[in-house]
Every structure is written in structure tokens, then in C-alpha cells.
Design a protein around this ligand. Structure first.
Ligand code: NAD
Length: 316
């Protein structure tokens, strides 16, 4: 039985990860500012606390862990990270968490997972909605389009430098839009798939669904179960360079909305309105992960959206 800490275990990915690690028979300590919103955590031990506080982090890691998953971050969907209104908090809060974690764990033997993001990739490589460049080696020269992306890039380098100088045993993934049940679907931090499901579920025949931007902006979305399989493969490998974990099934946001409208069986239109959209195009480039981990996703977007849609429907 491994002893594992999951930081950010009250959030979407962290809570799913705790469930998986528990099913596999591990002893799991969960840490977050809050408990999961939609179900009770299955962790053996849930510590409520603020990872920005160094004393709290030092106390947490007095106990040795075999693995630490660092998922805690001040984050949200486009409505949270791309308006500019939360930039200072995003940079300060997430950087502070990561600084505390690496410094406290610098002489630890634990294997440490850090969740970075596709948002680190340069804006100019993602202007063409149909041909975005998101290969791992395209990260530099750096020019992320959001402070959220800059903080993730800084923290990747923080973990890499602690690995180089203090021997920290790290694994880093750049997640590309992970989605599925039990994630935020309202309140301002929700991501496009859940927000679209909510809007469609609440609409009546003849209504228009508001979609930010022209709707031609593209993304790819990876179902949570597949994301966690890839994380497991990465943790069990000796790959210490940042790897994309995402789907390569690219879709425009208007087409994603059409997919959800079709699932609903309703007669709805799309109305494109001004709003924060981020880059024009983004899609996971999976060549490196296929080569290094022999991993590729195979869960079709449609299937994942059906599962998300029925879960959001049960909540609305
Ligand atoms: P989430 O917002 O649901 O979870 C993050 C959790 O961190 C929240 O529960 C929050 O309360 C906790 N947290 C924030 N500040 C904290 C603090 N000071 N102390 C303790 N806990 C704190 O996000 P998620 O979707 O589960 O994402 C998990 C990680 O993966 C994040 O680092 C995120 O940036 C990264 N990521 C996610 C996606 C995605 O599509 N979901 C994409 C790219 C990267």
C-alpha cells in the first residue's frame, strides 16, 4: 500500500484521482481549501488547509509520502482566466503554492507529479484555428496568452530546477481541457463543455445558446478517465520532461455546441456574442507521449459529452 498525498483533492481532477487511487488500494491523504462539491471524498484523511501557508505545508510533509500529486491552483475556465480580472491572484496564489511545495519537499524521496497546462504554449502558434502548434518543443520562445499560462510555465521550470539541483523526482503533464462529471458547471469558473451542457439543459425550444466569440475557435477535450490513465503511465515511467496529456480530436466551440444540442433533442440556435475566448486554436499534439509512453486517447468526444450531459442534467 502506497502512501499518497493529493493536493487540490477538493477540485475536479483531484477528486477523481483520489477515487482511482483508493480503488487501487492506496492510503490517500487529500488536501484542499474545501471538500469536493458534488460527492464525499473517499480519501482516508482529508486535511482542510491553505497551501499558500508555508507552516501548513511543512506540517503536512512531516509525514513521508511515496507519491505527491500537486493539482492545487487558482484556476477556472475562460471566464475566469482570460478576462484579466483575476491575474494577480492567479499568479500569486498558484506560484506561492508551488514555491512552498518544492521547498518543503526538496530533500524528500517522494515521486512528485505537477499538473501544468496547454496554456503555456505561445499565442502566435495558436492563431490559426485549424492548425495550432502545441508540440512540447514549441513552448519556447515563450509567449503564453494568459498570466495563468505564465505561472504554469514558471512552475514547470521551478520543479525542473529543483529536480536538477536537489534531486526532486518529478513528473510534469500539460493537461489540455480535461472534462467529465463532478466538475464545476456554474458560477464563473466552469469550462466550455460543462457550461454548454448547462445552457442547453436550461433552454426551451426556439431559444438561442450564447457562445463566446465567433465559435470558430477550436479546442480538444480529454475525458477524465483517460487523463488519469495517462497520469498513471507517466508516474510509472522515468520520463521527466513535460508531456502533453490531451485529446487530438479537435472541434470548434460552435460544433461542440451543436453536438450538445443534438444530444438534447431540442430545437435550439446558436448566438455568438462577445466574450473571453483565449487563443483561436488549440489541440493536443500527442506524438511525444505516444513515443515515450505508448499512450493515446481513444474515448470519442461524443461519448464523453453524453456522460457529462446526463450528469449536468441530474444537477441542474
Ligand atoms: P479545480 O479548480 O477543480 O481544482 C483545483 C483545486 O485547488 C480546488 O479545489 C481549489 O480549492 C484548490 N486550491 C486552490 N488554491 C488552494 C490553496 N491555496 N490551498 C489548497 N487548495 C487550493 O481544477 P482542476 O480542473 O481539478 O485542475 C487541477 C489542476 O490541473 C490545476 O492545477 C489546473 O491548473 C490543472 N489543469 C487543469 C485543466 C482542466 O482542463 N481541468 C487543464 C490544464 C491544467
Amino acid at each position: 500500500m502506497k502512501k499518497i498525498a493529493v493536493l487540490g483533492a477538493g477540485g475536479f481532477i483531484g477528486n477523481h484521482l483520489v477515487n482511482k487511487l483508493k480503488l487501487e488500494g492506496n492510503y490517500v491523504t487529500a488536501v484542499d481549501l474545501k471538500h469536493p462539491e458534488f460527492e464525499q471524498s473517499k480519501a482516508d484523511n482529508f486535511k482542510i488547509g491553505d497551501l499558500r501557508e508555508k507552516d501548513f505545508v511543512q506540517e503536512l510533509f512531516v509525514e513521508p509520502f511515496d507519491e505527491v500529486y500537486q493539482l492545487a491552483a487558482d484556476m477556472g475556465g475562460a471566464g475566469y482566466v482570460f478576462t484579466g480580472e483575476h491575474d494577480a491572484d492567479i499568479m500569486h496564489n498558484s506560484a506561492q503554492i508551488n514555491l512552498n511545495v518544492v521547498e518543503t519537499l526538496k530533500s524528500s524521496q517522494a515521486k512528485i507529479f505537477y499538473s501544468s497546462s496547454a496554456c503555456i504554449y505561445p499565442e502566435e502558434n495558436q492563431k490559426d484555428a485549424l492548425n495550432p502548434i502545441c508540440s512540447e518543443d514549441s513552448a519556447f520562445p515563450a509567449n503564453p496568452d494568459s498570466e495563468y499560462g505564465w505561472e504554469k510555465l514558471f512552475s514547470e521550470r521551478l520543479y525542473l530546477s529543483y529536480a536538477r539541483n536537489y534531486g526532486l523526482d518529478i513528473r510534469i503533464a500539460r493537461f489540455h481541457n480535461i472534462f467529465g462529471p463532478n466538475g464545476t458547471f456554474q458560477g464563473g469558473r466552469e469550462k466550455a463543455p460543462a457550461a454548454i451542457c448547462r445552457k442547453v439543459i436550461l433552454a426551451k425550444d426556439g431559444d438561442s445558446i450564447e457562445v463566446w466569440g465567433s465559435g470558430a475557435q477550436t479546442r480538444s477535450f480529454l475525458y477524465i478517465d483517460e487523463c488519469l490513465q495517462a497520469v498513471e503511465k507517466l508516474m510509472n515511467s522515468d520520463v521527466r520532461v513535460p508531456l502533453n496529456i490531451g485529446s487530438s480530436e479537435m472541434i470548434s466551440i460552435n460544433d461542440l455546441t451543436r453536438m450538445v444540442i443534438q444530444l438534447s433533442g431540442k430545437n435550439l440556435n446558436i448566438k455568438n456574442i462577445d466574450g473571453p475566448i483565449g487563443v483561436n486554436g488549440r489541440c493536443s499534439d500527442n506524438q511525444l507521449i505516444a513515443k515515450l509512453l505508448s499512450w493515446q486517447p481513444n474515448y470519442p468526444l461524443q461519448k464523453g459529452m453524453e456522460s457529462l450531459y446526463s450528469w449536468v442534467k441530474s444537477q441542474v
